[in-house]
Write a protein that binds this ligand. Sequence first.
Ligand code: ADP
Ligand code: TRP
Length: 321
Amino acid sequence: MRVLSGIQPSGRLHIGNYFGAMRQHLKLQAEHECFYFIADYHALTSNPSPSEVARYSLDVTMDYLALGLDAEKTVFWRQSDTPEVTELTWLLSCVTPMGLLQRCVSFKDKVAQGLSPSHGLFAYPVLQAADILIYQSNLVPVGADQKQHIEVTRDIAVRFNNTFGEVFTIPEEHIIESVAIVPGTDGRKMSKSYGNTIEIFEPENSVKKKIMKIVTDSTPVEDPKDPDKCSVFALLKLLTSPEELAEWENRYRSGGMGYGEAKKRLAELMIEFFAPFRQKRAELENNMDHVKQVLADGAERARAVATKTLVQAREAVGLGG
Ligand code: ADP
Ligand code: TRP
Protein backbone atom coordinates (compact mmCIF):
# COMPACT_ATOMS: atom_id res chain seq x y z
CA MET A 1 0.00 0.00 0.00
CA ARG A 2 1.58 3.31 -1.03
CA VAL A 3 0.76 6.25 1.21
CA LEU A 4 1.45 9.79 -0.02
CA SER A 5 1.04 13.25 1.46
CA GLY A 6 2.35 16.76 0.90
CA ILE A 7 3.21 19.42 3.45
CA GLN A 8 3.32 23.08 2.48
CA PRO A 9 6.47 24.91 3.64
CA SER A 10 4.53 28.00 4.58
CA GLY A 11 6.01 28.57 8.03
CA ARG A 12 7.53 26.81 11.01
CA LEU A 13 5.52 23.78 12.06
CA HIS A 14 3.42 24.11 15.20
CA ILE A 15 1.74 21.93 17.81
CA GLY A 16 -1.48 21.88 15.74
CA ASN A 17 0.42 20.51 12.75
CA TYR A 18 2.04 17.88 14.94
CA PHE A 19 -1.07 16.53 16.64
CA GLY A 20 -3.28 17.14 13.61
CA ALA A 21 -1.12 15.62 10.88
CA MET A 22 2.58 14.89 11.44
CA ARG A 23 2.09 12.36 14.21
CA GLN A 24 -0.21 10.32 11.97
CA HIS A 25 2.17 10.62 9.01
CA LEU A 26 4.99 9.29 11.16
CA LYS A 27 2.90 6.44 12.55
CA LEU A 28 1.97 5.23 9.07
CA GLN A 29 5.64 4.55 8.35
CA ALA A 30 5.54 1.39 10.45
CA GLU A 31 3.04 -0.36 8.20
CA HIS A 32 3.23 1.22 4.77
CA GLU A 33 5.50 2.44 2.03
CA CYS A 34 5.28 6.20 2.61
CA PHE A 35 5.98 9.02 0.16
CA TYR A 36 5.98 12.45 1.83
CA PHE A 37 7.05 15.67 0.18
CA ILE A 38 7.48 19.38 0.77
CA ALA A 39 4.86 21.03 -1.44
CA ASP A 40 6.95 24.04 -2.44
CA TYR A 41 5.28 24.54 -5.83
CA HIS A 42 1.98 24.77 -3.97
CA ALA A 43 3.45 27.25 -1.50
CA LEU A 44 4.13 29.69 -4.36
CA THR A 45 0.37 30.22 -4.69
CA SER A 46 0.50 32.34 -1.54
CA ASN A 47 3.34 34.52 -2.90
CA PRO A 48 6.00 34.00 -0.24
CA SER A 49 9.40 35.68 -0.54
CA PRO A 50 12.06 33.51 -2.24
CA SER A 51 14.10 33.29 0.95
CA GLU A 52 11.04 32.09 2.89
CA VAL A 53 10.35 29.25 0.46
CA ALA A 54 13.94 28.05 0.68
CA ARG A 55 14.24 28.42 4.46
CA TYR A 56 10.89 26.85 5.38
CA SER A 57 11.49 23.88 3.08
CA LEU A 58 14.63 23.04 5.05
CA ASP A 59 12.90 23.77 8.37
CA VAL A 60 10.06 21.38 7.58
CA THR A 61 12.56 18.72 6.52
CA MET A 62 14.49 19.07 9.78
CA ASP A 63 11.26 19.03 11.81
CA TYR A 64 10.14 15.77 10.22
CA LEU A 65 13.55 14.15 10.60
CA ALA A 66 13.84 15.23 14.22
CA LEU A 67 10.37 13.91 15.04
CA GLY A 68 11.09 10.46 13.67
CA LEU A 69 10.89 10.39 9.90
CA ASP A 70 12.89 7.36 8.79
CA ALA A 71 14.56 8.58 5.61
CA GLU A 72 15.90 5.12 4.76
CA LYS A 73 12.41 3.71 4.57
CA THR A 74 10.20 6.68 3.74
CA VAL A 75 10.76 8.64 0.54
CA PHE A 76 10.97 12.32 1.51
CA TRP A 77 11.68 15.02 -1.04
CA ARG A 78 10.97 18.52 -2.30
CA GLN A 79 8.18 18.67 -4.89
CA SER A 80 10.13 21.05 -7.13
CA ASP A 81 12.99 18.53 -7.39
CA THR A 82 10.68 16.34 -9.48
CA PRO A 83 9.46 18.82 -12.12
CA GLU A 84 7.87 15.91 -14.03
CA VAL A 85 4.85 16.60 -11.87
CA THR A 86 4.26 19.93 -13.61
CA GLU A 87 4.19 18.27 -17.01
CA LEU A 88 1.64 15.79 -15.76
CA THR A 89 -0.35 18.73 -14.38
CA TRP A 90 -0.71 19.98 -17.94
CA LEU A 91 -1.86 16.62 -19.29
CA LEU A 92 -4.42 16.42 -16.49
CA SER A 93 -5.51 20.05 -16.99
CA CYS A 94 -6.65 19.13 -20.47
CA VAL A 95 -9.19 16.61 -19.13
CA THR A 96 -10.24 18.73 -16.14
CA PRO A 97 -13.56 20.54 -16.57
CA MET A 98 -13.53 24.17 -15.40
CA GLY A 99 -16.67 23.44 -13.40
CA LEU A 100 -14.84 20.91 -11.25
CA LEU A 101 -12.34 23.55 -10.15
CA GLN A 102 -14.98 26.25 -9.81
CA ARG A 103 -16.67 24.10 -7.19
CA CYS A 104 -13.54 23.91 -5.01
CA VAL A 105 -14.08 25.80 -1.79
CA SER A 106 -10.41 26.28 -0.94
CA PHE A 107 -9.93 28.77 -3.81
CA LYS A 108 -12.83 30.88 -2.60
CA ASP A 109 -11.68 30.62 1.01
CA LYS A 110 -8.15 31.68 0.21
CA VAL A 111 -9.28 34.61 -1.91
CA ALA A 112 -11.60 35.66 0.91
CA GLN A 113 -8.57 35.55 3.24
CA GLY A 114 -6.77 38.01 0.97
CA LEU A 115 -4.69 35.84 -1.38
CA SER A 116 -4.53 37.09 -4.95
CA PRO A 117 -6.80 35.06 -7.24
CA SER A 118 -4.04 33.85 -9.56
CA HIS A 119 -4.37 31.08 -12.09
CA GLY A 120 -1.96 29.05 -9.94
CA LEU A 121 -4.27 29.28 -6.94
CA PHE A 122 -7.23 28.28 -9.11
CA ALA A 123 -5.39 25.34 -10.72
CA TYR A 124 -3.87 24.22 -7.39
CA PRO A 125 -6.08 21.07 -7.16
CA VAL A 126 -4.81 19.85 -10.57
CA LEU A 127 -1.21 20.08 -9.37
CA GLN A 128 -2.28 18.20 -6.24
CA ALA A 129 -3.93 15.54 -8.43
CA ALA A 130 -0.68 15.20 -10.40
CA ASP A 131 1.25 14.78 -7.12
CA ILE A 132 -0.97 11.94 -6.08
CA LEU A 133 -1.36 10.21 -9.46
CA ILE A 134 2.24 10.40 -10.65
CA TYR A 135 3.30 8.24 -7.66
CA GLN A 136 0.41 5.77 -8.18
CA SER A 137 -0.65 6.39 -4.58
CA ASN A 138 -3.24 4.21 -2.89
CA LEU A 139 -3.88 6.19 0.27
CA VAL A 140 -3.65 9.91 0.94
CA PRO A 141 -3.73 10.95 4.61
CA VAL A 142 -4.99 14.53 4.83
CA GLY A 143 -6.96 16.79 7.12
CA ALA A 144 -10.69 17.18 6.47
CA ASP A 145 -10.05 20.49 4.64
CA GLN A 146 -8.33 18.54 1.84
CA LYS A 147 -11.07 15.95 1.29
CA GLN A 148 -12.50 17.82 -1.69
CA HIS A 149 -9.11 17.86 -3.40
CA ILE A 150 -8.87 14.07 -3.17
CA GLU A 151 -12.35 13.78 -4.68
CA VAL A 152 -11.22 16.05 -7.52
CA THR A 153 -8.14 13.84 -7.98
CA ARG A 154 -10.27 10.71 -8.24
CA ASP A 155 -12.57 12.40 -10.72
CA ILE A 156 -9.65 13.52 -12.92
CA ALA A 157 -8.01 10.07 -12.75
CA VAL A 158 -11.22 8.30 -13.78
CA ARG A 159 -11.74 10.70 -16.70
CA PHE A 160 -8.16 10.24 -17.88
CA ASN A 161 -8.28 6.43 -17.57
CA ASN A 162 -11.64 6.27 -19.36
CA THR A 163 -10.40 8.44 -22.21
CA PHE A 164 -6.87 7.14 -22.70
CA GLY A 165 -6.66 3.74 -20.98
CA GLU A 166 -5.70 2.67 -17.47
CA VAL A 167 -2.68 4.73 -16.49
CA PHE A 168 -3.48 5.80 -12.94
CA THR A 169 -4.27 4.05 -9.68
CA ILE A 170 -7.43 5.55 -8.20
CA PRO A 171 -6.48 6.79 -4.72
CA GLU A 172 -8.50 6.64 -1.55
CA GLU A 173 -8.47 9.44 0.94
CA HIS A 174 -7.63 8.69 4.51
CA ILE A 175 -9.01 11.51 6.57
CA ILE A 176 -6.75 11.98 9.52
CA GLU A 177 -8.76 11.48 12.67
CA SER A 178 -7.43 14.58 14.27
CA VAL A 179 -7.50 14.81 18.03
CA ALA A 180 -10.02 17.55 17.26
CA ILE A 181 -8.85 21.00 16.38
CA VAL A 182 -5.85 22.07 18.43
CA PRO A 183 -6.55 25.56 19.83
CA GLY A 184 -4.01 28.38 19.58
CA THR A 185 -3.01 30.80 22.30
CA ASP A 186 -6.00 33.05 21.55
CA GLY A 187 -8.55 30.22 21.65
CA ARG A 188 -9.10 30.06 17.88
CA LYS A 189 -7.78 27.14 15.79
CA MET A 190 -4.00 27.16 16.01
CA SER A 191 -2.85 28.41 12.62
CA LYS A 192 0.08 30.26 11.10
CA SER A 193 -2.36 32.68 9.54
CA TYR A 194 -3.72 33.73 12.96
CA GLY A 195 -0.31 34.27 14.58
CA ASN A 196 -1.45 32.21 17.58
CA THR A 197 0.87 29.23 17.26
CA ILE A 198 3.28 27.48 19.57
CA GLU A 199 6.02 26.18 17.30
CA ILE A 200 7.25 22.67 17.98
CA PHE A 201 10.86 23.77 18.18
CA GLU A 202 10.79 27.31 19.46
CA PRO A 203 13.00 27.94 22.53
CA GLU A 204 11.68 26.41 25.73
CA ASN A 205 11.33 29.73 27.56
CA SER A 206 9.26 31.09 24.70
CA VAL A 207 7.00 28.00 24.83
CA LYS A 208 6.53 28.66 28.54
CA LYS A 209 5.74 32.34 28.01
CA LYS A 210 3.20 31.62 25.30
CA ILE A 211 1.46 28.99 27.41
CA MET A 212 1.25 31.36 30.39
CA LYS A 213 -0.44 33.88 28.08
CA ILE A 214 -3.10 31.51 26.69
CA VAL A 215 -6.41 33.34 26.80
CA THR A 216 -8.82 32.00 29.44
CA ASP A 217 -12.07 33.37 30.81
CA SER A 218 -12.24 35.44 33.97
CA THR A 219 -13.89 32.90 36.28
CA PRO A 220 -12.51 33.62 39.80
CA VAL A 221 -10.11 31.04 41.27
CA GLU A 222 -12.64 29.72 43.81
CA ASP A 223 -15.42 29.10 41.23
CA PRO A 224 -15.96 25.86 39.27
CA LYS A 225 -14.74 25.97 35.68
CA ASP A 226 -15.86 24.21 32.51
CA PRO A 227 -12.88 22.21 31.15
CA ASP A 228 -14.57 21.76 27.79
CA LYS A 229 -14.47 25.51 27.18
CA CYS A 230 -10.81 25.92 28.11
CA SER A 231 -7.93 25.88 25.61
CA VAL A 232 -5.47 24.96 28.37
CA PHE A 233 -7.49 21.84 29.12
CA ALA A 234 -7.76 20.99 25.42
CA LEU A 235 -3.97 21.09 25.19
CA LEU A 236 -3.54 19.11 28.43
CA LYS A 237 -5.67 16.42 26.83
CA LEU A 238 -3.01 15.89 24.17
CA LEU A 239 -0.21 15.42 26.64
CA THR A 240 -1.33 13.94 29.98
CA SER A 241 -2.11 10.39 31.00
CA PRO A 242 -5.85 9.63 31.25
CA GLU A 243 -5.48 9.43 35.05
CA GLU A 244 -3.92 12.86 35.33
CA LEU A 245 -6.46 14.30 32.92
CA ALA A 246 -9.29 12.97 35.09
CA GLU A 247 -7.71 14.69 38.09
CA TRP A 248 -7.52 18.03 36.24
CA GLU A 249 -11.10 17.67 35.11
CA ASN A 250 -12.12 17.15 38.69
CA ARG A 251 -10.14 20.17 39.85
CA TYR A 252 -11.68 22.37 37.15
CA ARG A 253 -15.19 21.33 38.10
CA SER A 254 -14.69 21.60 41.86
CA GLY A 255 -13.35 25.18 41.85
CA GLY A 256 -10.44 26.44 43.92
CA MET A 257 -7.99 26.06 41.04
CA GLY A 258 -6.54 28.96 39.08
CA TYR A 259 -5.82 28.65 35.36
CA GLY A 260 -2.19 29.53 36.12
CA GLU A 261 -1.69 26.16 37.80
CA ALA A 262 -2.99 24.24 34.80
CA LYS A 263 -0.83 26.38 32.49
CA LYS A 264 2.30 25.64 34.51
CA ARG A 265 1.70 21.92 34.29
CA LEU A 266 0.94 22.21 30.57
CA ALA A 267 4.24 23.99 29.94
CA GLU A 268 6.09 21.29 31.85
CA LEU A 269 4.43 18.50 29.89
CA MET A 270 4.90 20.20 26.53
CA ILE A 271 8.61 20.79 27.12
CA GLU A 272 9.10 17.24 28.42
CA PHE A 273 7.26 15.71 25.45
CA PHE A 274 9.35 17.44 22.78
CA ALA A 275 12.70 17.44 24.64
CA PRO A 276 14.19 14.31 23.02
CA PHE A 277 13.26 15.60 19.56
CA ARG A 278 14.70 19.03 20.32
CA GLN A 279 18.14 17.51 20.80
CA LYS A 280 17.92 15.77 17.43
CA ARG A 281 16.64 18.97 15.79
CA ALA A 282 19.69 20.90 17.07
CA GLU A 283 22.02 18.25 15.68
CA LEU A 284 20.39 18.48 12.27
CA GLU A 285 20.69 22.27 12.28
CA ASN A 286 24.45 21.75 12.53
CA ASN A 287 24.50 19.17 9.78
CA MET A 288 22.82 20.80 6.81
CA ASP A 289 24.78 18.64 4.40
CA HIS A 290 22.98 15.61 5.76
CA VAL A 291 19.59 17.35 5.52
CA LYS A 292 20.23 18.29 1.89
CA GLN A 293 21.45 14.77 1.15
CA VAL A 294 18.19 13.32 2.50
CA LEU A 295 16.26 15.56 0.10
CA ALA A 296 18.53 14.67 -2.82
CA ASP A 297 18.18 10.91 -2.17
CA GLY A 298 14.43 11.27 -1.75
CA ALA A 299 14.15 13.19 -5.03
CA GLU A 300 16.06 10.47 -6.85
CA ARG A 301 13.79 7.73 -5.53
CA ALA A 302 10.63 9.76 -6.18
CA ARG A 303 11.79 10.66 -9.66
CA ALA A 304 12.21 7.04 -10.69
CA VAL A 305 8.50 6.45 -10.03
CA ALA A 306 7.38 9.81 -11.46
CA THR A 307 9.25 9.34 -14.73
CA LYS A 308 7.73 5.92 -15.30
CA THR A 309 4.18 7.21 -14.87
CA LEU A 310 4.83 10.32 -16.96
CA VAL A 311 6.13 8.22 -19.88
CA GLN A 312 2.94 6.13 -19.75
CA ALA A 313 0.72 9.21 -19.58
CA ARG A 314 2.53 10.91 -22.49
CA GLU A 315 2.22 7.80 -24.62
CA ALA A 316 -1.43 7.41 -23.69
CA VAL A 317 -2.33 10.90 -24.94
CA GLY A 318 -0.23 10.51 -28.10
CA LEU A 319 2.82 12.64 -27.31
CA GLY A 320 6.39 11.89 -28.33
CA GLY A 321 5.57 8.72 -30.27
P1 ADP B 1 -1.93 26.34 9.12
O1 ADP B 1 -3.39 26.49 9.46
O2 ADP B 1 -1.05 26.70 10.26
O3 ADP B 1 -1.55 27.07 7.84
P2 ADP B 1 -1.82 24.01 7.47
O4 ADP B 1 -3.13 24.34 6.84
O5 ADP B 1 -0.56 24.15 6.66
O6 ADP B 1 -1.68 24.80 8.84
O7 ADP B 1 -1.94 22.52 8.03
C1 ADP B 1 -1.08 21.44 7.75
C2 ADP B 1 -1.69 20.21 8.40
O8 ADP B 1 -1.81 20.37 9.82
C3 ADP B 1 -3.11 19.92 7.90
O9 ADP B 1 -3.25 18.52 7.71
C4 ADP B 1 -4.02 20.37 9.01
O10 ADP B 1 -5.19 19.61 9.07
C5 ADP B 1 -3.16 20.19 10.26
N1 ADP B 1 -3.48 21.25 11.23
C6 ADP B 1 -3.13 22.56 11.13
N2 ADP B 1 -3.57 23.28 12.19
C7 ADP B 1 -4.23 22.39 12.98
C8 ADP B 1 -4.92 22.52 14.24
N3 ADP B 1 -5.00 23.69 14.88
N4 ADP B 1 -5.50 21.42 14.76
C9 ADP B 1 -5.41 20.21 14.12
N5 ADP B 1 -4.77 20.03 12.94
C10 ADP B 1 -4.19 21.10 12.37
N1 TRP C 1 -2.77 20.91 -0.46
C1 TRP C 1 -2.16 20.27 0.70
C2 TRP C 1 -2.27 21.20 1.93
O1 TRP C 1 -2.42 22.39 1.77
C3 TRP C 1 -0.71 19.95 0.44
C4 TRP C 1 -0.57 18.97 -0.69
C5 TRP C 1 -0.05 19.25 -1.92
C6 TRP C 1 -0.95 17.61 -0.67
N2 TRP C 1 -0.07 18.14 -2.68
C7 TRP C 1 -0.59 17.11 -1.97
C8 TRP C 1 -1.53 16.76 0.28
C9 TRP C 1 -0.86 15.78 -2.31
C10 TRP C 1 -1.77 15.44 -0.08
C11 TRP C 1 -1.44 14.96 -1.37
O2 TRP C 1 -2.17 20.73 3.06
